[in-house]
Design a protein around this ligand. Structure first.
Ligand code: NAD
Ligand code: TYD
Length: 373
């Protein structure tokens, strides 16, 4: 952080605020909840989470085990697309942070519908609930209309051949996941313009760190490497992603919640652009393995070649990420090494069926990779 411009409206999102965090049992949401409660400034957090295969109540064990934090925390299992559950929770909130989503591109290719239900209908249900509360505020029935923050992604810009995406660039999503995220954003923007809702949007880079479901590149390759299992690299492995540590992603969301201007979107850029091959090389070094584990497998359809964002808008407001990839990646590998029970639980349920569907034919067709090439 390079400076603090002061809160937008301390009454709504400052110390003591009541926050509804959807998707708070997932990877980024649980980190956000841990950070919000660890500030010990009276902030109260209610998590609304459906506990899909990606949600894990154990991600919130640290706050539930701390009596002071637990007293300011509540957990509700439910679907953001269910107005009967979501609306009463929005009614009690000073701000809503919508982190909930179906989040894995490969699953959106196998089975897109859940992405649309949560990413479009779910967002619509939350916005309608916020609109009802804004109407109540206008009638003097509550002090403030709730602020609404939509957590989005760099994937809404589509692949970026050159340069870096800025917030005014057109949205050009190319996967069902990214299309659902872009649709959600467009609804949020429309509710700002049409109904005057106080909304902000964050677009984060590819995120890594502890508690990430092992379907994603870094936790999948880390846990497979630790177990001595094959690492399925899509295509030539020269796709570029910009990596952001989860503690920075959550801190960036919190910063935009408190300081972002209504109606604006903010890139939360990691500032570490690397081809997948380079990430894999570093993971092999951190796990003590070599390229003999890596297989090049048939590519993901429509695979975006490169994502890259410009973080200048958020930097100008006073926020930049703090954790370098050089520090964050080995620490992340250590976390997965030390949390074998968490990994085993994440790789249970539908995991084997998913893995066979996603990787069975691919690994059968896979070839060895020359790590020096
Ligand atoms: P995750 O899959 O780990 O967690 C998603 C959480 O949302 C889970 O706890 C799940 O149970 C919950 N959820 C899903 N559908 C729900 C519904 N209908 N109602 C209530 N809860 C529901 O995802 P994540 O990686 O933590 O991503 C969180 C957000 O950040 C998403 O909006 C995602 O699009 C965005 N994002 C993620 C990344 C990344 O690299 N992981 C990067 C940029 C943006
Ligand atoms: P992923 O973690 O799924 O994030 P996203 O698709 O949202 O960027 O993938 C990151 C990169 O790693 C992406 O270029 C796809 C690639 N990848 C593989 O090569 N093999 C895999 O098994 C996975 C899951 C991803």
């Amino acid at each position: 952080m390079t400076g603090d411009p002061g809160p937008v409206d301390p009454g709504r999102v400052g110390p003591g605020a009541r926050l509804l965090v959807t998707g708070g049992a997932g990877f980024i949401g649980s980190e956000l909840v841990r950070q919000l409660l660890a500030r010990r400034d009276g902030t109260r957090v209610t998590v609304l989470d459906k506990l899909t295969y990606a949600g894990n109540r154990a991600n919130l064990a640290a706050v539930e085990a701390d009596p002071e934090q637990a007293a300011r925390f509540a957990f509700v299992q439910g679907d953001i697309a269910d107005a009967a559950v979501a609306a009463p929770l929005v009614a009690e909130a000073d701000a809503v942070v919508n982190v909930a989503a179906e989040t894995h591109v490969d699953r959106s290719i196998l089975d897109p519908e859940a992405f649309l239900r949560t990413g479009v209908i779910g967002v619509h249900v939350l916005l309608e609930a916020v609109r009802a509360e804004a109407d109540r505020a206008a009638r003097g029935e509550r002090a403030h209309a709730p602020r609404y923050l939509q957590v989005s992604t760099d994937e809404v810009y589509g692949e970026v051949a050159e340069g870096r995406s800025v917030e005014t660039d057109p949205l050009a999503p190319r996967s069902p996941y990214a299309a659902a995220k872009a649709a959600g954003e467009l609804l949020v923007h429309a509710y700002h313009v049409t109904f005057g809702l106080d909304v902000v949007i964050t677009r984060g880079s590819n995120t890594y760190g502890p508690h990430q479901h092992p379907e994603k590149l870094i936790p999948l390759f880390t846990t497979n490497a630790l177990a001595g299992e094959p690492l399925p690299m899509y295509g030539d492995g020269m796709q570029v992603r910009d990596w952001l540590h989860v503690s920075d992603h959550a801190a960036g969301i919190d910063f935009v919640l408190r300081h972002g201007a209504a109606g604006e979107a903010y890139n939360i850029a990691g500032g570490t652009e690397l081809p997948n091959r380079e990430v894999i090389a570093r993971l092999l070094a951190a796990t003590g393995r070599d390229w003999s584990l890596v297989r090049t497998v048939p590519d993901r359809p429509g695979h975006d070649r490169r994502y890259a964002m410009d973080g200048a808008k958020l930097a100008a407001l006073g926020w930049t990420p703090a954790t370098s990839f050089e520090v964050g990646l080995p620490a992340t590998v250590a976390w997965y090494r030390e949390h074998a029970d968490w990994v085993a639980s994440a790789k249970s349920g539908d995991w084997d069926a998913y893995y066979a569907r996603q990787y069975g034919d691919r690994l059968a067709a896979g070839r060895a990779v020359d790590g020096t090439a």
